[in-house]
Design a protein around this ligand. Structure first.
Ligand SMILES: Cc1cc2nc3c(=O)[nH]c(=O)nc-3n(C[C@H](O)[C@H](O)[C@H](O)COP(=O)(O)OP(=O)(O)OC[C@H]3O[C@@H](n4cnc5c(N)ncnc54)[C@H](O)[C@@H]3O)c2cc1C
Ligand code: FES
Length: 256
């Protein structure tokens, strides 16, 4: 995988702990929604990259939206970088959502917390519009208007009931009365487990993006394996690497 050094175009706060980062991007390098970028922190003590999903790609550049996970973390350091500084990256990495399988169907996209950003680029790629259900903890919402501007019909669920449905994204889906033909989701594991169960109950496919702790981020270390329901023909084990075999899997192919 080729390392690239790219310039930061802008960085801004969306909420207290959510940042929006735009980097220069060669528009010719194609990107599939659901793929991610390995971002290297400039501090040499932090050798491992931070995997961050691609939120958007435009003529302006490539956008990532990420949460600062704590004070002495790599994402905290990244949040201090300014426009004009450079970072090292690899990517795009991973498979992304299978556009051919979902285009033209009644597709519902579901994003929970920091699983929301990759759904924006997917929304933009689903020409003709789609329904999006966004799950937040509370009224500290982010990116909501951008989904509406991208032409999506947006429903919201919050854990504390301060905006939209009081409950989960699945509660909001049930409340909406929509009967999807296919689901695409990214979010915390309990949310993805609920979507896997919904998909099995309703006999519809669900493409879910898994988030495992990663080390190399390029398929070499096996640090990100997840249990699958089928034996891999090459390794002969029921495992897949989230970084390069995923991060997007059909929900019935993975154990959650
Ligand atoms: C495919 C994928 C896409 C992601 N997309 C986003 C996104 O769009 N926005 C966002 O805010 N977060 C995203 N994450 C989670 C993000 O990678 C972690 O929050 C981040 O790596 C934490 O780094 P840190 O420096 O804050 O924490 P530290 O604790 O300092 O990290 C230490 C090490 O553990 C790894 N690590 C820690 N938490 C995670 C995690 N949850 N997943 C993978 N590696 C981890 C770090 O990469 C680093 O190598 C994604 C994770 C994956 C696997
Ligand atoms: S993080 Fe090394 S194989 Fe996936």
């Amino acid at each position: 995988m080729e390392y690239k050094t790219v310039k930061i175009i802008s960085q801004e706060k969306l909420t207290d702990d959510i940042m929006s980062l735009w980097i220069e991007w060669d528009g010719r390098a194609s990107v599939v929604p659901g793929q991610f970028i390995n971002v290297y922190i400039n501090d040499p003590a932090r050798l491992l990259p931070r995997p961050i999903s691609i939120c958007d790609v435009t003529d302006r550049g490539l956008r990532m939206v990420y949460r600062i996970t704590g004070e002495a973390t790599g994402t905290a350091e990244l949040s201090g970088y300014q426009a004009g500084e450079t970072i090292r990256i690899t990517g795009p990495v991973g498979n992304g959502y299978p556009l051919d399988d979902i285009m033209g169907k009644k597709t519902v996209l579901m994003g929970g917390g920091i699983g929301i950003p990759p759904m924006l680029y997917l929304t933009k790629k689903l020409v003709g519009g789609c329904t999006v259900i966004l799950g937040y903890r509370d009224s500290n919402t982010f990116l909501m208007e951008e989904f509406e501007n991208a032409g999506a019909k947006v429903f919201v669920a919050t854990d504390d009931g301060s905006v939209g449905t009081h409950g989960t994204v699945i509660d909001a889906l049930r409340e909406s009365g929509i009967e999807p033909e296919v689901l695409c989701a990214c979010g915390p594991k309990p949310m993805l487990a609920g979507i896997k169960a919904y998909s099995a109950d309703h006999g519809i496919p669900a493409y879910i993006s898994l988030e495992e702790r990663m080390a190399c981020g390029v398929g070499a270390c096996l640090g990100c394996v997840t249990s699958t329901t089928h034996t891999d023909p090459h390794s002969h084990v029921k495992n897949a690497r989230v970084c390069v075999d995923g991060p997007v899997f059909l929900s019935d192919r993975v154990e959650l």
